[in-house]
Design a protein around this ligand. Structure first.
Ligand SMILES: *Cc1c(COP(=O)(O)O)cnc(C)c1O
Length: 457
């Protein structure tokens, strides 16, 4: 069996999976016990043929693979994988570059450099902004907040990379009441701890305001960081970043934006106004594996002050700037050392979509979300809980019990899958439209699944 045959056969298995998405249940049938039985057993003594391994792995796994690439998967905020991005991701594995260093793969370094510049342009961020391709928005927060920590402590006369945080001036971090938990974990990993946060009040959609941020910073004249959010995970709501930026600048603080999916609104002429002022922040974290639809795992960190970014991450002679015209050693900008050339899939995604394709992807998902809100609102007992400003729809059917029953029936039908959540202490259903593959027909089929669920219960 040649490598060519092995990879060809593997591509066929993958293509068959993707081609049968329309027929397979979105939630897979196998239980965890069945999967353990199918995949488990002792590790045998002797080697096995690669093709045999891959075929057995596929056969045992498929009954437990969620049809996330399906146009009717609306769980969490996950997104699909664009064909060009998926194919480029395979090549990335075949090439197996170590994209931490230019000498580990110059083509990967340059592809990431170019993709990073395209992203700044698409998202409307300042051209001098530095960037890093990391594993996800979680590590993008860590990267950006490490730069923030460096900058605010440097202004206070403290060298955090040299001395750590023991005896450092206390840093306060203003966050909204509906921030994503990955902000808290980033603060923990950076040694700032979770007690450094001052929580700003939020409105009914989960947005904070400039005045609430000002209140959270009040009475603290030491180093401060503020984390705003563009795209709340339930409602998709967007903080008024431009107004918050003014308060933050006045306080001499650093403004970080969690735009895991919502920042992509900036790439759409139709939706850009929603994130007006976002470019005034000091750092931005987002994902390519969500709304840009590249395969997992790919997050993006952007920092307006490259010096702070590099000072926080680089392990080589601290502030040494690379020689003019040289490619970047990515490890100077990321928390990883050896790393996958994950930016290659981003490059392919952007090349295949072009500017209009990115805008269309974002706008199309939002249009489907609005249609969901309209058509589901017409069903008996349905209440839409959010203003559908982006790609998220939050709804419930009467009380918690009814909401849970409808959700379970839709999930169990195999027609579509979306996650449950709690909003204002009550059960809710959350639909996130973030996949290029979702079509009008998928929305129709999903609304019909809700209708059938209501009839059945
Ligand atoms: C998904 C999400 C994150 C975390 O992103 P990962 O890529 O899963 O690390 C952070 N913030 C928001 C608003 C999100 O939706």
């Amino acid at each position: 069996m040649s490598e060519r045959e092995l990879l060809g056969r593997t591509a066929e298995i993958a293509a068959t999976f993707l081609e049968t998405l329309d027929e397979r249940p979105v939630w897979p049938p196998a239980s965890v016990e069945e999967l353990r039985a199918a995949l488990g057993g002792e590790l045998q003594e002797a080697p096995r043929e690669p093709l045999e391994v891959v075929e057995a792995l596929a056969a045992a796994s498929e009954p437990g693979v969620v049809a996330i690439p399906s146009g009717r998967y609306f769980g969490f905020v996950i997104g699909g994988a664009l064909p060009a991005a998926l194919a480029a991701d395979w090549l990335t594995s075949a090439w197996d570059q170590n994209a931490g260093l230019v000498v580990g793969g110059p083509a990967a370094a340059v592809a990431e450099e170019i993709a990073g510049e395209w992203l700044l342009d698409l998202l409307g961020l300042p051209a001098s902004t530095s960037f890093a391709f990391v594993t996800g928005c979680q590590m993008a927060h860590v990267t950006c907040l490490a730069a923030a920590r460096h900058a605010v402590l440097e202004r206070a006369g403290w060298d955090v990379e040299g001395f750590g945080l023991a005896n450092a001036p206390q840093v306060r971090v203003g966050v909204g009441g509906k921030r994503h938990v990955t902000i808290d974990r980033a603060l923990r990993l950076l040694g700032l701890g979770n007690r450094c946060v001052a929580t700003a009040e939020v409105d009914s959609q989960g947005c904070t305001s400039a005045s609430a941020v000002a209140a959270a910073l009040e009475g603290h004249d030491g180093p401060a960081i503020v984390c705003a959010q563009v795209g709340e995970v339930n409602t998709g709501a967007v903080d008024p970043v431009g107004e918050i930026a003014r308060v933050v600048k006045d306080a001499g603080a650093w403004l970080h934006v969690d735009g895991a999916f919502g920042l992509w609104a900036a790439a759409s002429p139709e939706l850009h106004g929603l994130v007006r002022g976002v470019e005034l922040a000091d750092s931005w974290a987002t994902d390519a594996h969500k709304w840009l639809n590249v395969p997992y795992d790919c997050g993006l960190a952007f920092v307006s002050d490259p010096r702070a970014h590099r000072a926080a991450m680089a392990m080589t002679a601290e502030y040494l700037v690379a020689e003019e015209g040289a490619a970047r050693d990515q490890m100077d900008w990321t928390p990883e050392f050896s790393r996958r050339a994950r930016g290659v899939a981003v490059y392919a995604a952007l090349r295949s979509l072009g500017r209009s394709g990115v805008a269309d992807l974002v706008e199309r998902c939002c249009r489907h979300a609005r249609r969901f809100a309209e058509e589901l609102a017409a069903l008996p007992g349905c209440e839409i809980l959010n203003e559908v400003v982006l790609n998220q729809v939050l709804l419930r059917f009467g009380d918690d019990e009814a909401t849970g029953a409808v959700l379970a029936a839709v999930q169990g039908s195999g027609e579509a899958w979306m996650s449950g959540t709690a909003w204002d202490g009550r059960a809710a259903i959350r639909i996130s439209v973030s996949n290029w593959r979702t079509s009008d027909e998928d929305v129709t089929r999903t609304v019909a699944a809700f209708e059938r669920a209501l009839t059945a219960i």
